[in-house]
Design a protein around this ligand. Structure first.
Ligand code: GLU
Length: 317
């Protein structure tokens, strides 16, 4: 084993580059999702690291059970492989509950009864260092009487962290130095579901993920996640937020943009090698006329030199 890395274990002295792809089975993967998955896989494999697959299926209202198998099959068809069993967030609830218990024990969370409309209203008012749209901490400042009144209402609260508008800085491989204010984000929704930001941090920690490669729509969530990882005593992964594929109208790629899934493209007679090459060529990893195999892409991928163009449409669409 070249890297000394397998299954998230780390040999002393080696930098942990264990990677992962974490799709939500709420829709069929489109070319943008597939390009992100390809890049996450390339970062890990080119560094001789493990690559893990995690199904983020916590949002019961949006998950479509049959899509998980389809997503995994598409990744496999594209030529990606992963180590160990697929992890499902719906089977990891004890881990999230334990993290909440820990946060509660050190006074890092509080209940929040705000409705969406109340949050919108409060978040649009000026409130110190927090950017617009961030939760300003209304329920953190409740008097005992106000809290008792809300408790008596029977409306279940969400749970938020008390982040004290902490500033968190990190360096993204592709975006360079970043620095963000952490608001009091939700860790458990008022319907009892564990929130994405909690689950992703607990899982990346538990799975030994050392390098998070994902779409750059999540760049802004990273300070929150790093803050939480520190609170939970988890190591800080490195990050590479990769550009998104956009539709011709400049919006994030979606079904309405036409033939955007692997099945759509195969049906149009585009061989999988061509689809993979288009994804790779769009971020400068090969010539549009080449048809590199997954192994060839790994051999030529240099994480330190990779500099993709910003989010944009896939050339040739
Ligand atoms: N499940 C998230 C998504 O499909 C990805 C989360 C992550 O990579 O941190 O957008």
């Amino acid at each position: 084993m070249a890297s000394g890395l397998r299954g998230g274990l780390r040999l002393s002295g080696a930098v942990n580059r264990t990677g992962r792809y974490a799709p939500s089975p709420t829709g069929t993967l489109h070319l943008g999702n597939l390009r992100t998955a390809l890049l996450a896989w390339l970062y890990a494999r080119a560094q001789g690291a493990s690559f893990l697959l995690r199904v983020e299926d916590l949002d019961a209202g949006r998950v479509r059970a049959h899509l998980e198998g389809k997503q995994l099959a598409d990744l496999h068809t594209l030529g990606l492989d992963w180590d160990g069993e697929v992890v499902r967030q719906s089977e990891r609830l004890d881990g999230y509950a334990a993290a909440l218990t820990r946060l509660e024990a050190d006074g890092s969370i509080y209940p929040c009864w705000c409705t969406r409309a109340e949050i919108r209203e409060a978040a649009s008012a000026p409130h110190g260092p927090l950017p617009e749209g961030h939760y300003p901490g209304t329920c953190r400042r409740l008097t005992a009487a106000q809290r008792a009144e809300r408790e008596a209402s029977g409306r279940p609260p969400a749970l938020r962290v008390d982040a004290g508008a902490a500033r968190v800085a990190f360096t993204d491989r592709l975006h360079g130095p970043q620095d963000g204010v952490v608001d009091d984000f939700v860790v458990r929704r008022n319907d009892g579901a564990f929130a994405y930001n909690l689950a992703v941090v607990v899982d990346d920690g538990a799975q030994g993920v050392g390098e998070v490669v994902r779409g750059d729509d999540l760049l802004d969530s990273t300070p929150r996640q790093l803050w939480l990882a520190a609170r939970l005593g988890l190591p800080e992964p490195s990050f590479a937020h990769v550009p998104l594929v956009l539709g011709g109208d400049g919006a994030r790629l979606a079904k309405r943009h036409g033939a955007v899934t692997l099945a759509d493209r195969l049906e149009l007679g585009e061989p999988v090698d061509t689809i993979r090459a288009r994804l790779a060529a769009s971020v400068g990893l090969c010539d549009p006329a080449e048809r590199p195999s997954p192994a060839e892409l790994v051999a030529r991928f240099d994480p330190a030199a990779f500099a993709p163009p910003p989010s944009g449409p896939l050339p040739g669409s």
